[in-house]
Design a protein. Sequence first.
Length: 366
Amino acid sequence: MSAWFGSSSTPRVAQDPQPPPESDAPTHPNEPAWELVEALEARVKQHDGATPFVTLSWAQGLDGSMAHASKDDPRLMLSGSESMAFTHGLRKAHTAIMVGRGTISGDDPRLSVRMDIDGKEIQVEEQPAAIILDGSLSTPPSSKIVSQAKMRRVIILTRGDSDTMCDFQEKPPKTWSMAKIQRGAALSCRGAKVMCLPSTSLEDILKALKTLDIHSVFVEGGVSVVDAFLRRPDLVDQVVVTVAPLFVGGRRPPKGPLEAPLRLSNVETLTLGDDVVVSGQMPSAVDFANVAPEFADRGELSDVTQDEDDDEDLTEFERLARKHADAKRLREERAERDRLSKEHGLAPDDPLITQAIEEARALDET
């Protein structure tokens, strides 16, 4: 019994508790989303080009729709709460957020960073600059984004005489109507900066933003702006598309055929709630301007600040009819160029062929 219960029994020594093994569990509920944004931030910091780093991002339904078919319909909510928080993380990774005027008029967004990727409310030291493309300067002065203009940079880009900020008191643009000057002055009084550009092509817009110390731009829409960037893939570094599980039957990009299909590389996918996020890089080498053939010779897409509904005298049917008529004419001219090129052994853009095309057009118009 003493062997079992006596003093000769070996006392038990308490051992220091061992630390639990390291867990492979994510440190955030949406760890893959954090990793994607952090990788994007690293690329943004390394970017050193003539134009800012551009991330093109939008939300769409399963049929590709970004918005309702009619602009008079209420705002279309596509992103769920998880993917919306992810979008806030993407915004935070950039110096500026860009949208077209139609998005401001239709959705009245704040375009700010208000939560982290996990959906927790946060306060950031400095909000990204808000960039609005607005050819007619019809951005409502009462909009949420303009109301923030005295607390953050709000820059409205439009066509003007020179690439400077407009001074509506001392030197208003000479080529503007009095109504446009008054609209610009109203925006300026509320703190928004109106920047005039002689050319409002995407490339010139981005170069102008670079001079304002804007080194990265998060492009959020709307349909016309996304469409324009898809036609200049050489200006886009990253694409992030959120696909929501619904059909809309509305407006979607691209609006017409592209010069060639654009296949993303380094593609990653995320499931955030009910939404699926697809992210990838645009082709690194693009040897074409990628403007849709139907509109290659028109200034409509090169001037991305112009809105489709700026010409209020035309009905929607008349605008579409005119667009299709112009597209048909350009297709016919392109076919004629190819025929003459093969027949005479000249390049399609040879001045002799151009002259023949113009003479034929003049005869048709008489």
